[in-house]
Design a protein around this ligand. Sequence first.
Ligand code: NI
Length: 392
Amino acid sequence: MPSPKEFIDHELAMLSNQVVMWRRHFHENPELSFHEVHTSQFVYDTLCSMTNLEVTRPSPTSVMAKLIGDVPGKVIALRADMDALPIEEANVFSFASKVPGVMHACGHDGHTAILLGVAKLLSGLKNEINGEIRFLFQHAEELFPGGAEEMVSAGVMEGVDLVLGAHLWASLPVGLVAIAPGPLLAAPDTFRITIIGRGGHAASPNETIDPIAIGAQVVTNLQHVVSRYKDPFLPAVVSVTQFIAGTADNVIPGSAMLAGTVRIFDKELRDQIPEQMKRIVKGVCEAHAATFEFVYQKGYRPVINDANVASQLEASFIRTFGESRVENAEPTMGGEDFSAYLEKAPGAFFFIGAGNERAGITYPHHHPRFTVDEDALAIGVKGYVNAVFDLM
Ligand code: NI
């Protein structure tokens, strides 16, 4: 009788090709957030064809599978996201997107394929499982308010002791995995500022209240939030990404709209920054006799890895892959609704290296030519499956 780890290596060799085929199927048939109809049905059907799984639909486009072991023990949840992005794919490979304007440009096709591979492998090891493994195939990671919150509300985290998630990572070379305790992904908040002036003839600015000139000062003054107001040891980003105003060369418009994003890890700072921003907008507008509207929308919570789970996961990766292939994950200001699960149970999120400079796989996430080195898929399956046994 082979040990579970020998069984895993043997099965993985057989399964790797299948996981690549699944990824290509998802890549070719991408669906936008909250519209993962075909994808979730494919996942549901594939899971139903495996043994020992209880498969359910927590929401219209998500899927959950439970693998209940023979012996009681911990409940470990593993999460993959399944949605694509509104991007026209520029890759020309045979399995490029068949859907105009929609593309798996973040690697969620790979996440879904990896987790199917993990489910396939573990479902054959039911008698070796102490406790329960719960597979969460989540919809809508890319679009606030996100699918994670919906799945949590549907009860998928009830009784869960720890939760793991991963992202294929373009800036990390294939062959490596990365994990770290503490802050990993920021809270991605958004804001919208409307500056209301008084429009008129561009040749008589004295008869107007020019929202463009005022808006330009608002943009400049907002830079003080990060450079002057906050503790330099707390990371934050304030980016104005839209400035929309005007219709003609000779018309001063009546209003201007600014919008953008704020990225923060620290909870207190997250409460302070919107107030500082509003104070700046109010001050600049009042100085120039304009009025304003300020809307601040808090996005996903930051992803903060549990120190204990992260260190166990790191030890597991070192056992599985060797020390030279396990890196310390660098925090990024990107956001992830994996944080919704972390509200309910300790857990950790890790990165699976998917870049390969020699193969030209260098484009960043959300780029029309983004892709992953498919060798990363088997590495993801192997990392997850061994982690389950090590953390169980
Ligand atoms: Ni993503």
